[in-house]
Ligand binder design. Sequence first.
Ligand code: B12
Ligand code: SF4
Length: 491
Amino acid sequence: MKVLFFYPANYLEIGIPQSISILSAILKKDGHEVELFDTTFLKPEAYNPEHDNKMAGPAIYKKTPYTLEDLVKDDPVVNIEKEFQKKIENFKPDLIAVSTMTTNYDFALRVIKKIKAKCPIIFGGVHTTLCPEEVLSEQTIDMICIGEGEEALPELCKAIESGNDYRNIKNLWVKSNGKVYKNSIRPFVDLDTLPCPDWSIFDSRHLYRPFRGEVYKGSFYISSRGCPCGCTYCVNRTLRELFKDCGRYFRCHKPETTVAHLTELKKKFGATWFKFGDDTFLLQPLKNLKELSTKLKDLKILFGCSVRPDTITEEKVKLMKEMGCVAMSIGIETGNEEIRYKVLNRHIPNDQMEKSFKIINEYDIRISTFNLIGLPGETRENVFETIELNRKLKVQSANVYILYPFHGSQISIQNNTNYKRKNGKIIPMSKASVFHLSVMTPREVEGLKKTFNLYLSLPKQLWPIIELAEGSGNRNKKIYQALTEFTSTIV
Ligand code: B12
Ligand code: SF4
């Protein structure tokens, strides 16, 4: 049968998601025809690059003469719903399968509501898993997948194709004749039985990886699932609880599975740059890393990954360097230890961060940090503690986010936040300051987010001028622009 995946990505947010690419590989193995409608490179009518904050992206991509805009410079502006409708009419799918996070769920829903399709529509992904009732309450959505789809989706396709009843498939909730069939959740899939992700259904521009002035080919690869830690702003704790009867929550591929997949992706797509999307890569046992290191050396790839500072040891970093690691993203989150421990439940002292950064720097691995502002109870002084810690650690690339209390996260429960507006729309990431959890005003939080990297890279004598750039008036904007241009000449 024919399955049409819908990937409602933000414009130019490149990277191939492991979810759709694995599900596609599985369905093709079963003999189904698979196509994709992906919005990443569709220039939307309402797009205004000046208002686009996602282009700030991970800072390690900044210093290249190329921009993501170059990838679409000759493309026309399109109406996304009309494009989707054309795709449906040409392909004539038997099932439309949609994958979303919370951040792109409203966009997906808006598009899905406007198209006309004769086949059923299924939603899956982390947002559906966290908010199943809400998602299935949408009239246009016929069924949802809670948790992993690797076994549920092929079972569903097999049943639809052979005209069998599909209301009792585990992990699925299905609407039928005014009733909702809520099936139980099956045990976790064995990660080592999964096929190599199918990148072939994605636009090859997803493989564009600017890094340190060069352009490599590659994308995301994920070699483990889950995380045993309990940071209050992360949805992992809720997911762990939800899947407590499904097996061990944190699981890794065997090294040979990862190596076989990366080898295949290099051979088929010329990929030599990977971003491991694992929640925290160095949680893998040392034995795994040793094996990976031996096997990956010969493959000659470069990669980046996310790590927790308390998983860093010299032995591990040495192995990482040997296997091709060139960049690590590390969550500092806040410079204030008390907030880090009590509000974020991250028990990692500053001196441990310093030791970890020193080791990584010694191996010449590029570091970018993740920082959160707008935390419950946080003051302006606390934000400056975060800036100071980044400065002390000699960080060149800091990614800064205003805390967004995702539904299901501890921080959302403790602060009784609602991720939806009164009109039912999800509050976008770019408006996270409206949650107003810190003691600063939303405007001050936004100003500090905007200027965080200026405070980080410019001499302290200039800080009073940077403060003027925090505001949103015309004069403030001009100062901001001048400082940003100045920074790019000295950093
Ligand atoms: C890699 C990654 C990214 C990458 C790529 C995302 C992508 N498109 O693949 C990038 C860097 C772009 C990214 C960005 C962000 N991310 Co992110 N990311 C991840 C990460 C680490 C892995 C995702 C993944 O591929 N997992 C592996 C796949 C196989 O699992 P999966 O996606 O859940 O899919 C399975 C099932 O859900 C199901 N399924 C999924 N879709 C469908 C569809 C159908 C039809 C069916 C049947 C089944 C099904 O089957 C799949 C296979 O079992 C997750 C954490 C995690 N472990 O999931 C966070 C995570 C998804 N990200 C998160 C967040 C918060 C963000 C950001 C907001 C971060 C930020 N501050 O900017 C941005 C938002 C970007 C945006 N679009 O707006 C949160 C999402 C919270 C939420 N409620 O949505 C997560 C869960 C991290 C966390 N622990 O809190 N992210
Ligand atoms: S270490 Fe990272 S992935 Fe794990 S719970 Fe904390 S924020 Fe989530």
